[in-house]
Design a protein around this ligand. Sequence first.
Ligand code: C5P
Length: 235
Amino acid sequence: MSLSENKLSDPRCFVALDLPTVAEAEAMVEKLGDAVDSYKIGLQLLPIGGVEFGQRLKTMGKHVFYDFKFHDIGATVEKATRSIAGLNADLLTVHARPDVMRSAVRGRGDAPLKILGVTVLTSLDQEALKAIGYNDNAESLVMRRVEQALDAGIDGVVSSPLEAAAIRAVVPDSFLVVTPGVRPKGADAGDQKRIATPSSALQAGATHLVIGRPITQAPDPRAAALAIAKEMRGV
Ligand code: C5P
């Protein structure tokens, strides 16, 4: 990623544009201006022009993370990843299943797109994992998937900030650890169960943070983004 840091923003902070329309996402990007360099587009905008919007963000010089969490048979994941690899995006998520990750690596080919594996969704706590049939606790499930991510040759994982330190201890420095579930002190946790502050997530070994509602739903989103970037630059 080549954006030079300006004084206000921190390119390691991806703002999640989980908004109902592209027009609202565009207005948010306009409002945030030079306070934010990096954006995540997820499933909410995908069916209504999110990919084309991401390409416009690239022409504005922003980093673009497509959080599409692919999870399908290998041939489909490979072809879908190839489609994204042709779009000049920076990051793409797939679920951290061995066959899915290996297929994404094949689909990416030589493109600069980085592939991230989603280990365990940060909205799932122990009780929720048990209800869907996992007997492993969240941490051991995450660590099993990190090993499989390393084997598959993807570039990093998405995980809760609470697992970042354990992951960092077993991966090379170049391996990306991207953490949602980040909440500045005093912010509403929403549906996130395993959370940390921006500085503690970075201290634990996260390379990038994903932050949505604490910025996009703040009374003054730009001020919220600036405060988070300032906290991050101190780490
Ligand atoms: O609004 P909030 O800061 O909770 O947004 C977090 C973003 O990160 C959402 O877009 C969510 O889909 C995404 N995400 C997550 N947990 C993961 C992977 C992605 O919360 N494990």
